[in-house]
Design a protein around this ligand. Structure first.
Ligand SMILES: *Cc1c(COP(=O)(O)O)cnc(C)c1O
Ligand code: SF4
Length: 326
């Protein structure tokens, strides 16, 4: 990657702080501004806002053992791996993934799996990280097979950017490993722009679907990437055309150095509400905010959210109201 010389110092600092990585597949579409903005470092990443945090959605507050985030009774996150195939500049876990991240050691992974075995209320395990599809196939198969053998776990969800960022990692071996599980597998694909769904990405999605996985998406509403009706409509249509049910459109979390990606809740809501008349309901995701501090997710287009003059009042799933400022 080449940058203007006067920016180089700042960019070196950014890259020292937050890992930079793309793939040959992405480099082919990097000429598209909506792709470049998601992956190429920007000196604004060094501008931290006072309300930004290294743990913006409060993972730590709900971590009973290392590698587990258990916030809702029936489902939890298992984070076996800190690395991703690529690094998104707006990543909500940017202080925990990449070089900053910690790989679970063997005994820590066993402790995390024991926690799941012991908690019979856990119906769904969500593998996230890092990117579970960036794990070696051997390691991934070991983890999947343990989960498959736990009776009360009825659903394995895998959060990944690999199908659209490194589609060649969706191998026949990987699909075979998913297909042989008895437990239902949901693959939640992180994708923010229609241009990410190249022919290679479409093939990867088709293979995952062929392996019997239910495909859903997670997108992030990003300033200068997909912050207009046409971009969102094209994205959600193209996902559905590729067998992916748009699931969540996330308002960006207040991760450090990401303010240049965030629009206001008011503007986000106006954009979101406008989708209904233009798109098949099958293509419409929920627009979600993870309430800062670990209070869980809330659908922004709901009675739990009221916009005031300078802030929003947001009620969490326990009925507690939180103040949110853009
Ligand atoms: C987002 C999240 C989930 C999954 O929530 P769904 O609404 O089921 O998609 C589960 N646990 C934690 C800690 C989360 O942040
Ligand atoms: S793939 Fe996910 S975890 Fe990895 S850098 Fe992107 S947003 Fe963060």
């Amino acid at each position: 990657m080449q940058f203007k010389e006067n920016q180089q110092d700042g960019l070196t600092k950014v890259a020292e702080k937050y890992t930079v990585r793309t793939t040959p597949h992405l480099d082919e579409i990097m000429h598209h501004p909506a792709i470049a903005r998601q992956y190429l470092p920007d000196t604004r990443e060094l501008d931290y806002q006072p309300d930004e945090d290294g743990d913006p959605i409060g993972d730590k507050a709900h971590t009973p053992v290392k590698g587990i985030v258990h916030r809702y009774p029936d489902r939890l996150l298992l984070k076996p791996y800190h690395a991703c195939a690529v690094y998104c500049r707006f990543c909500f876990r940017r202080d925990m993934v990449g070089r900053q991240g910690e790989h679970l050691k063997e005994d820590e992974l066993q402790t995390a799996l024991d926690y799941i075995r012991q908690h019979t209320e856990v119906w769904e395990v969500i593998l996230t990280g890092g990117d579970p599809f960036a794990l070696s196939i051997r390691r991934l198969k070991e983890i999947l097979s343990v989960l498959d053998d736990i009776d009360h776990v009825k659903m394995i969800r895998i959060h990944t950017r690999v199908p659209v960022a490194a589609p060649d990692l969706v191998t026949t071996d990987l699909c075979a490993a998913l297909a042989e599980l008895n437990t239902v597998v949901t693959v939640s694909v992180h994708c923010n722009h229609a241009a990410e769904i190249t022919d290679a990405a479409a093939q990867a999605l088709k293979k995952l679907h062929g392996a019997g996985a239910m495909l859903i998406s997670q997108s992030v509403l990003l300033k200068n990437v997909n912050d207009n009706s046409a971009a969102l409509e094209n994205l959600f249509r193209k996902l559905a055309e590729n067998r992916v049910k748009p699931y969540y459109l996330h308002h960006p979390d207040k991760a450090r150095g990401t303010a240049h990606f965030r629009m206001t809740l008011e503007d986000g809501l106006a954009l979101y509400k406008n989708l209904r008349g233009h798109l098949s309901g099958v293509c419409i995701p929920h627009y979600m905010l993870d309430i800062p501090g670990g209070y869980g997710k809330v659908a922004l287009d709901s009675t739990k959210v009221s916009l005031k003059e300078n802030h929003a009042e947001i009620m969490d799933h326990n009925g507690v109201v939180h103040i949110y400022k853009d």
